[in-house]
Design a protein around this ligand. Structure first.
Ligand code: F0G
Length: 528
């Protein structure tokens, strides 16, 4: 290996140095369950309790033995990982199994068609691309109908079979001629001009404030965090961000963003100007539990408001279950418990069992556009390895009547109960505990005005959560991080294998942190 490169870091050195300031740039050399190991100076292995959980991708923990065994089987069998443009029965089986579970959890029977990808953001991009393909097709069909109707109306007027009702000229702002046949072309031209202007508007994309849907060129436009999105806004679509729990804003959106296309038509010898709903809305993206935005569960009431908005606006709902799905809250879909029914679902992270990179976008049959399959693809998507691993993940989650879902819910409640206990003991330090199942957030009060200069400075620079994470790691061998868009909130997303001892260990560690913050004793923080 070229030793010159060994010294000069070339793989995101700036990030590694930033992690280093909080002592988080540790190299882990092995992992199983909720434990990672790194090497001490003397070469011994130090176990670290991992509550970051692969940022939600390890519902079954690190290197789950049955997932590893399945991976070994596949590799020993020399199964062709990449056999693009061929029959992929394993992908069909995976899509069918996902459908079976979704139907059970939501009570719907409509098939959902699967497009596979490699990451959460890719699944989101596939969903929005498909939604825009669908919207464009609906818009083109509607414009064709209005043109056909205009032609038919023109013929009827010229043949003296129809006369133009008075309001039509007023509404189109066209002077009324002596004879209808002298003005029909002007009416058609004005209606077409209006339709072209409305149809030419950019698609309406909606997402929730605090939402996170990825950092790729398209998905970053849907992610609320200004820091991630603003530098790239010129590259993509404009998203309208809706505040949580504000049904009144949904009504405003409906009034402001909806539009109509004109259709000149004749009925019983009278020419009328009908209005047809403009398919303005591309998609509404939402997470049942916002993850990166600070672990914020969507309320059932607002989920219902959004579902009703989607119905009224004919706006497809893209339910982003990349982090909340795959059993983490006690079901495949966290949204099912909210009574939400998605037009699209995105699943990723734990779908790959902690070994494969896999994601999937599911679109319900009524909206499905088969032609999408011919214009969207990715080299590694739908590969046999990730499909087989994902099938194994679902098999484990579904075993014994869904025992692991129930376990995730029970373990999550045990974790949340402990977090609430610590918060109750330190109301001056802890602002809120939020979450569902094994997706929990622990929010500290903002320390920007703290007496301790070090704590205040860390808070003001957005690093308070990372400083706490550094202390948890070096004083308690516990690994977690703040949610990047809500830096006072620590995220806890362990695997379903979480034990009472691990919860107790975390309780001792968080109690220590809260005492340090209460005492403003930054000198007690473990520094690397
Ligand atoms: N959607 C949600 C809800 C996510 O939490 C993430 C990633 C993505 C999409 C993008 O998935 O990283 O595989 O492209 N969440 C990470 C986090 C970044 O901080 O939890 P990706």
């Amino acid at each position: 290996m070229n030793t010159e490169y060994a010294e000069t870091e070339l793989a995101e050195p700036h990030l590694r140095r930033l992690l280093g300031t909080a002592g988080l740039d540790v190299e882990y050399v092995s992992g199983e369950g909720n434990t990672l190991h790194h090497r001490a100076g003397n070469g011994s292995l130090i176990p670290v309790l991992d509550f970051a959980g692969g940022y939600g991708s390890l519902i079954l923990g690190h290197n789950h033995p049955e997932i590893v065994a399945r991976a070994r089987e596949l590799l020993d069998a020399r199964s062709p990982v990449h056999a693009q443009f061929s029959s992929h029965p394993y992908a069909n089986r995976l899509a069918a199994e996902l459908n079976r579970i979704i139907h059970r959890e939501t009570g719907v029977e409509e098939p959902y068609y699967a497009t596979f990808a490699n990451s959460g953001a890719e699944a989101i991009e596939a969903a929005v691309k498909h939604a825009e393909l669908d919207r464009g097709a609906r818009l083109s069909a509607l414009l064709a109908e209005t043109r056909a109707s205009a032609e038919e109306t023109r013929a009827a007027v010229l043949a003296g079979r129809a006369t133009v009702a008075a309001p039509v000229h007023e509404r189109l702002g066209v002077p009324r001629p002596a004879r209808d046949e002298d003005g029909i072309d002007l009416l058609i031209a004005e209606a077409s001009r209006h339709n072209a202007e409305v149809a030419g508007r950019p698609p309406v994309l909606l997402a929730l404030q605090g939402g996170f849907h990825g950092k790729l060129m398209g998905s970053v436009q849907l992610t609320h965090n200004e820091g991630y999105r603003a530098p790239f806004a010129t590259l993509g679509v404009r998203t309208r961000f809706v505040p949580m729990d504000r049904p009144d804003v949904l009504k405003e959106v409906l009034e402001q963003e909806s539009g109509t296309l004109y259709e000149l038509r004749h009925r019983a010898g009278r020419v009328e100007l009908a209005e047809r709903e403009h398919p303005a809305y591309c998609a509404f993206l939402l997470e049942p539990v916002q993850g990166e935005g600070g672990i914020r569960p969507l309320s059932r009431k607002f989920a219902e408001d959004i579902q009703e908005f989607g119905r009224q606006a004919d706006c497809p709902l893209v339910v982003d279950e990349v982090q909340s799905g795959m059993g983490r809250t006690g079901a495949l879909l966290a949204s099912a418990a909210l009574g939400l029914r998605g037009d699209y679902y995105a699943l990723a992270k734990s779908l790959g069992g902690g070994l494969a990179k896999a994601s999937v976008m599911l679109v319900r049959e009524a909206r499905y556009r088969p032609e999408f399959e011919l214009v969207h693809s990715s080299t590694f998507a739908k590969d046999s390895f990730s499909c087989h691993i994902a099938l194994k993940v679902l098999e484990l989650l579904e075993a014994d009547g869904g025992r692991l879902y129930r376990q995730a819910a029970e373990r999550g409640e045990a974790l949340a109960a402990m977090l609430r206990r610590v918060a109750a003991a330190f109301p001056d330090v802890v602002k809120e505990v939020r979450g569902r199942g094994l997706m929990q957030g622990f929010e500290f009060h903002d320390q920007s005005g703290a007496r301790s200069p070090r704590l205040a400075e860390a808070a003001r620079s957005g690093l308070f959560g990372y400083v706490v994470a550094g202390h948890l790691l070096h004083a308690h061998a516990i690994r977690t991080f703040p949610t990047a868009s809500a830096v006072h909130t620590l995220r806890f997303e362990p695997s379903v294998l979480l034990t009472d001892d691990e919860i107790a260990r975390l309780e001792r560690a968080l109690t220590d942190v809260c005492r340090i913050v209460r005492d403003q004793a930054a000198e007690r923080l473990a520094v690397p």
